[in-house]
Ligand binder design. Sequence first.
Ligand code: HEC
Length: 245
Amino acid sequence: MRTRTATPSPARRPQLVRALGAGCLVLCLAAAVGCRQDMHDQPKYEAFEADDFFPDHAAARPQVANTVAHGFLRADTGYYTGADDKGTMVDGFPMDELRAHWPGDVADLSDEEFTRVVLKRGEQKFNTFCTPCHGRVGTGNGMIVQRGFKQPTSYHDERLRTSPAGYFVNVMTVGFGQMSSYASQVTPEERWAITAYIRSLQLSQSVRTVELDPDDLQRLEEPPADAAAGHGEHEAPAGDHSGEK
Ligand code: HEC
């Protein structure tokens, strides 16, 4: 159905034609001035573009042999991956190197203070990235496992309690079986920190009471503060090695 406004009256027609003409003129001017390809077609090579200048006819040049991008040398594979060049796992913690690479100013901290800083960071990162599967205490009973993912071996298993620290760093760096690498989520420093925290978890579940001093022994007998507050962890008890492969 046609409406009345769709057909302008003859009297208004010249006005319309003039308006249309002006519109066209503006468009043409804009096209003439603005639509140049220079910005799109810059004098540069794009990825994989061919070029006759080089003998191999490729514009992209190979990296110069034996050069490394600034900050990516990582010559100390033991520190960065937990395993040295021959694949031997690093035993113990490279504390000096860790301190040298640690973000923030830790130069003036005593060894004990620095260890505390490392453990704190390790706890935070472990709780963020590892507990979903390994659980808060490392028994391998995290929420994702409870929902059907493969259960990892408990950290309190004899084999893992006696594994060198570098082994844990290495698993986080390269992955292990169904567990993917965490190299993109936790830095090398954080991998050592998480490992330190795992060591403290292992100790917390395996220390012999005769090795404790009397004060600690007494604290062990008291109910834990957060259990009293109703925030107790619902973890499988230590020594439950049902996750063993
Ligand atoms: C999505 C679940 C998941 C997350 C998150 C996860 N893991 Fe694992 N992890 C596994 C599974 C499953 C295995 C066993 C893999 C297999 O046997 O195929 C495993 C194995 C391991 C092992 C090797 C144990 C052995 O038997 O030798 C270590 C060490 C480990 N994880 C550490 C970590 C650390 C540290 C983190 C956090 C940075 C982490 N995992 C995060 C699922 C996970």
